[in-house]
Design a protein around this ligand. Structure first.
Ligand SMILES: [Cu+2]
Length: 281
């Protein structure tokens, strides 16, 4: 029922949805029953019937059942909810299935930085892909995330995954998810983290294997330019000039070698992305 309002895109989303539905059904049932009894009593003991209210001191045992039985019923239904809640908690927070990929998520006032494993599938290697406010996930793979904060408390919230996790400065929190569909969805910060809290959304791109690969490839193409880059003087912070030509000095782009090793069969990285992809521009 919840997925009628928000798409469900993780392996554990259904379990959370069932829990929400269970709570809603139990609460609605008792709410309407209580309301019905209340309205019935209002009608039955209305003024024109001229019934007098009874004065109950609380010392007579037989009247205590009106308190005891509702109490016991509430506890019984609480236990049912707790059983299902603990099961969901164990799945989402306490179980950590073996990961196919790991991503690093860094929160700060007021943006998300995502470090993805590059084409080698491993984090903390030379081909890692770093993005701001944009997370790319391959459908059908188990991901671990390593969540940190650079400044204050944030909360990594992905409604379609039914996942929320606080980010705590000084701690690296590991969690997991597995996407079950493709599409583009919201990521939010769910912890008031300062004046820009409302301006801290990000986009989640769920892709199949081919699209995910294409994104990695395009990301590198977009960065390589012509295989050369300018550099700033570390002392003056000015762009370094070639004294011979008077123009900015060109340094070989450090990503070029990496690109060639990863995509040996691809068109030359010096071409603009559209040309290399076979476009007309
Ligand atoms: Cu935040």
């Amino acid at each position: 029922m919840v997925s009628f309002f928000v798409d469900s895109a993780s392996t554990f989303a259904a379990q959370i949805d069932h829990l929400i539905l269970l709570v809603a059904v139990i609460v609605c049932f008792w709410f309407f029953l209580t309301l019905g009894v209340f309205l019935y009593l209002l009608y039955k003991f209305r003024a024109e019937n001229n019934e007098r209210a009874m004065y109950i001191t609380g010392t007579e045992k037989k009247y205590k059942r009106f308190i005891t039985w509702p109490h016991l019923t509430i506890i019984a239904f609480d236990v049912i909810i707790i059983i299902f809640a603990v099961r969901a908690w164990v799945t989402v927070k306490q179980t950590l299935p073996k990961p196919d990929r790991t991503v690093r998520i860094i929160s700060q006032q007021w943006a998300w930085t995502f470090v993805h494993p590059g084409p080698d599938g491993k984090l903390d290697t030379a081909d890692d892909i770093k993005t701001i406010d944009e997370l790319h996930i391959q459908k059908g793979l188990v991901y671990h995330f390593k969540l940190t904060s650079k400044d204050v408390l944030h909360d990594f919230s992905v409604p379609v995954f039914r996942l929320k996790q606080d980010a705590v400065p000084g701690r690296t929190i590991t969690g997991w998810f597995e996407a079950t569909r493709t599409g583009e969805y919201d990521i939010q910060c769910a912890e008031i983290c300062g004046i820009g809290h409302g301006l801290m959304p990000a986009r989640l791109h769920l892709e199949d294997a081919a699209d995910h690969k294409a994104w990695q490839r395009n990301w590198y193409l977009g960065r390589l330019h012509c295989g050369f880059e300018t550099k700033r003087d570390p002392q003056t912070n000015k762009i370094m000039i070639d004294p011979g030509t008077g123009k900015p000095k060109q340094f070989p782009n450090k990503d070029l070698k990496l690109w060639r090793s990863m995509y040996p069969a691809s068109p030359d990285a010096c071409l603009p992305a559209k040309l290399a992809e076979g476009g007309s521009n």
